[in-house]
Write a protein that binds this ligand. Sequence first.
Ligand SMILES: Nc1ncnc2c1ncn2[C@@H]1O[C@H](COP(=O)(O)OP(=O)(O)OP(=O)(O)O)[C@@H](O)[C@H]1O
Length: 267
Amino acid sequence: MSLVVSGLSVSKSGKAIVSDIAFTAPTGAITGIIGPNGAGKSTVLSAMLGLLTATGSARFEDRELPTMPRRERARMVALVEQSASTEERLLVRDVVALGRIPHEAAWQAAPSPEDAGIIAMALHETGMTAFADRRFDTLSGGEQQRVHMARALAQQPRLLLLDEPTSHLDIAAQLQLLALLKRKSASGMTVLLVLHDLNLAARYCEHFVLLSQGRLAAEGRPDEVLTPARLQEIYGVNARLVRDPQAGRPLIVYDDADAFPPHQIPD
Ligand SMILES: Nc1ncnc2c1ncn2[C@@H]1O[C@H](COP(=O)(O)OP(=O)(O)OP(=O)(O)O)[C@@H](O)[C@H]1O
């Protein structure tokens, strides 16, 4: 069943952060939420889960996500945040085991054999098996990001939300992660992810949701959403679109950018 978002609005400090966002993320597909810095992408993910005060609707499997009881929702939806806080003194396998908590009985002291198998599989799928007995705070940024992914997989969600999950990953790890998400979506998981790399997004996402200044700017297939005119209007970049001869997906070739406008020059 698709994720259907409608009329989603968030205000903070009296200012509209996102307004009247509406889109549909199809089941068994990867939907990419794209848009410039500050467009409202992370805000939309948080609002969909009721993690901040919002109006509007985010429905999945006939349930209203923002108002669902947290534990019940965690059996259905996992979120990999941009910078997740983690109990740093835990071992990697214990961080991943946190993903099983929504599924455990209240009295359960340790993971069941079934849970242990699911945790081992999540470590394997993210290439983190060899790190299982390392302390989380000794890992590199990219390794930590993979552990957060493993924790989300251990949750066995039917809807997986990811906020810039590749930001710390080298190119091989980025491709491996996206291929993993592709397999998950092909087996029925609905995947929604925020990505800044538009070429990578166009390669792996079937559906795009483009945000700009807190509003929905476009929604549809990557080749429908990514046009040179839109890239100029929304990102302020000059680009040409060509087609990847093998994958058949759109490829963006960027022209050189102008220097930073004065207000963006770092101190
Ligand atoms: N408390 C607040 N008061 C005013 N503005 C805020 C507040 N919190 C967030 N914002 C603004 O809301 C906008 C949307 O933020 P959000 O993190 O959702 O953007 P984003 O699209 O995820 O950006 P990025 O790509 O940089 O991660 C930003 O311009 C941010 O500065």
